[in-house]
Design a protein around this ligand. Structure first.
Ligand code: 6GU
Length: 250
């Protein structure tokens, strides 16, 4: 077993306390599957006012994060973990995805740099940054929430973090999950599909695969184009399209 380490550079360390002190992530920390350390960028300033941002050269709106505290913070963390991968969290980065989460599990140490204000001094990118990540096409007030998203998605893929191995997740197989039910069997006139109570495992597996394909083709047809479908899947998709034609004719 090895511990995957996450070092975070932020101006708001408190933001990370509650999410990482709960449930699965907390358990993963206690069992040393992951280690998370939060560093305050302000602790790497050297001036009396502990300045982390300043006005943009050339004028314009907003403030820019100064290079020195971030660069020095990265260097201090790197002394302990020379081969740490440095990730700048910014809406200009490569869009995060399940495949990206999977890729990041191959690093032993990640340094995640969270920005605030209007952006980073461009020279930060030129010294130590290995890659830039965005979690989607919208703008957040800072990189902190995005960093939590990335750590959560990466950590749950590490062996031992979840009870199961995650191999049945939505997206693991490239298509959406089938509908799930638990007790009670009858609820406000809506009943659990009979087939799930039949005990016929082959039939249940087929029903679930068909429901997954149906849901994916309705909600995320883009995903269906990317995955490898078996001849059985093609048959199920033909049935689905047949079923909906029937539905229309009724
Ligand atoms: Cl990483 N940072 C900020 N500020 N906004 C974002 C983002 C990151 N990803 C999506 N929007």
């Amino acid at each position: 077993m090895r511990t995957m380490r996450f070092d975070i550079l932020t101006l708001f360390p408190e933001m990370f306390y509650s999410p990482f002190e709960k449930s699965i992530i907390k358990r993963a920390i206690i069992s040393k599957l992951i280690g998370i350390r939060v560093h305050n960028i302000r602790d790497f300033t050297k001036d009396k006012h502990r300045t982390t941002d300043d006005y943009p050269f050339g004028g314009g709106e907003g403030m820019v994060m100064k290079p020195e505290p971030i660069i020095e913070g990265i260097e201090v963390i790197k002394k302990e973990h020379q081969d740490a991968r440095v990730i700048l969290m910014t809406p200009q980065g490569v869009q995060f995805s399940q495949a990206e989460a999977k890729r990041l599990t191959s690093y032993k140490n990640l340094i995640l740099v969270c920005g605030r204000y209007e952006g980073f001094d461009e020279r930060i990118r030129e010294f130590w940054v290995d890659e830039e990540i965005s979690i989607g096409d919208y703008v957040l007030t800072g990189g902190e929430l995005a960093t939590m998203v990335v750590i959560d998605a990466v950590a749950r893929l590490l062996p031992g973090v979840l009870g199961n191995d995650g191999s049945t997740d939505s997206f693991y197989q490239g298509i959406l999950e089938y509908p799930q039910y638990t007790r009670p069997r009858f609820y406000r006139g809506k009943n659990v599909p009979e087939i799930l109570l039949s005990g016929n495992h082959a039939k249940i597996a087929r029903w679930r695969r068909k429901e997954s394909l149906k849901r994916t083709s309705a909600r995320r047809p883009d995903l269906l184009k990317k995955v490898m479908l078996s001849p059985e899947d093609d048959k199920l998709l033909a049935e689905i399209s047949n079923d909906s034609d029937q539905e229309l004719r009724r």
